[in-house]
Write a protein that binds this ligand. Sequence first.
Ligand SMILES: [Zn+2]
Length: 292
Amino acid sequence: MENKRYYGIDIGGTTVKIGLVENGAVLKKWSVPTDTSNGGKNILPDIIASLPGPAAGAALAVPGAVLPDDTVNKCVNLGWGVCRPTDDFTAATGIPCRVLNDANSAALAEQRLGGGKGFESILFVALGTGVGAGVVLDGAVRVGARGSAGEIGHLCIDPEDKDAACTCGHYGCVETYASATGITRLAALAGRPGLSCKQVVDAAAAGDETLLAVVDRACDVLGRGIAGACAIIDPEAVVLGGGVAQAGEFFRRKVQAAFDKYAFHACLGTEIRLATLGSDAGMLGAALYAEG
Ligand SMILES: [Zn+2]
């Protein structure tokens, strides 16, 4: 039976991860390179050419803002401007298609199948080059009026910190401290330039005092940002994903401690958990979203 099978398609800046999923189980998964030349015009045709056959639906997870009407509001990493890729996908394949932001997609997968399993409402925070986020309330992804619900990476923590220029044009956003880029930036400011984020966190865990102070600062800012978000959406749990969160329990405990320090008293008890699906989360979430 083909009619319960859905394609989850996670379009990253270098690789597209594709899975054929049925009832949350991956039947088959593969990837194709992301061809960002020519304004990313080849990306969809390359994906479509790799599909083995029909399916009941598909969803694209993209690294950019997605409006509630399926309009993608720019994906700089793909070369895409404002566009409607779902129309092109369906016209070429006959398969109904939806689109969502990649962090929102990962949020849905973690809520249904991963670190947030058992909860109906979570805030998912993806710590990578930047800080992405997704909100799942009552089992459904909530994107907001402009597709930016939950974007705690751009909560402004310290607008006077002129060392902390953010990609969004402001200063002192959460992302400038707590992303991988932010952590390496703080390490360089502390006199330890040229280290990767993983090197910084590993050295901190091993007791390097300078780098421990760097990680403490990153986790303090992140915990404060999460506390602000929880005062507004009050999820049952917060799930930390992305490369930085692979630092594991050492990192999670620090974020939980900072959250507990800053949270509104009624939000205390919100668990900070680690994601469990790794880099498959975006693809899995897209398939779940396609299913509706
Ligand atoms: Zn920002």
